[in-house]
Design a protein around this ligand. Sequence first.
Ligand code: PLP
Length: 405
Amino acid sequence: MAFNVDHIRKDFPILSREVNGHPLVYLDNAATSQKPQVVIDCIVDYYSNYNANIHRGVHTLSQEATDKYEEARTTIQTHFNAEFSREIIFTSGTTHGINLVANGFSSLLTEGDEIIVSALEHHSNIVPWQMLCERTGALLKVIPMDETGVLQLSAYKEILSEKTKLVFVNHISNALGTINPVKEIIELAHDVDAAVLIDGAQATSHIKVDVQALDADFYVTSAHKMCGPTGVGMLYGKEIWLNKLPPYQGGGEMIKEVSFEKTTYAGLPHKFEAGTPNICGGIAFGAAIKYLNSIGFNAIKKQEERLLQYATKELLKIEGLKIYGTGAEKTSVISFNIEGIHPYDIGTIVDKLGIAVRTGHHCAQPVMDFFKIPGTVRASFAFYNSKEEVNSLVAAVKRAKLMLQ
Ligand SMILES: *Cc1c(COP(=O)(O)O)cnc(C)c1O
């Protein structure tokens, strides 16, 4: 079926509301996506019809909930092409997944080991590693980027060595939209036997990720950026790595046998899933993935590329407007400033016109420091955004500029 954005917009009830007397123009998709009716229905259906705790009860509701939850795990496994469903760990989101791995590596690293991150990271992919370094005495090294917001692979090759144990890079930068050459980064890390974690929070809504083709050791993402609910996400880990890591949290569900003398842990994936999980969220995550696949990732990519190109062209016509992140490989994120105007002021005025953009450092202060700016205005587009919405954004930014200069 041909891609028709007007048709697709009807799947998202929130897109028909007004904000400050204007039709909502939602351009903060890099922070969180909107939810289609099928995902909302899935949540209502769970609580209306089969809410029960999973993996514990013999009763029918518990069985139904368990089946749906495990079905969602399989949907996620198939979508990301993991070899086994037990390699998919449900988490509360990207941040949780990263912390789980960082914590696990505490017992695998020693003083003098090195770990590498990129200059383009979200705080959630910096701070846990700094904490890991403090605990273990390992050293943190950084892959630098150039003026266009592209990572410098030549510098990466120089800091990689036999001492490197881990490399952590995001697949796509949330601050600039740069798509990083993760396959190459992984290959080079594997040459020195280092493990690689890819933060896919910003990638999985735009591209269909194949963890085996990438040969990633760990891959994390959040459902809420992929049309799913907040508070749920996934950690993919190769089985050999997940078996090496100790459990992150102790509690119910993650044990085999417990006595006061000794406790043995459950196998994968339950070893990492202590306590009652976000059952409804996990099931709705599966529904969101099915929805995205029903649109098709090729169609999604085409529409987002159209919007990116058009918006870039139109915004650059505004005098004094500068876009940060101009690498050839990028997704539909435009981070910009207008000379002499604070990004917050632009964000406030366009909101009065119904337009939702992000302003600030986007949880990536090192990126802002690199460009010597306090922050940017970030417009991030999803496949359900339209060309008319780009026009509204451009008109609103022009108006803000007139008012503020
Ligand atoms: C959103 C985001 C995160 C954090 O995701 P949470 O859902 O808040 O845990 C991490 N990294 C990147 C690149 C992101 O865009």
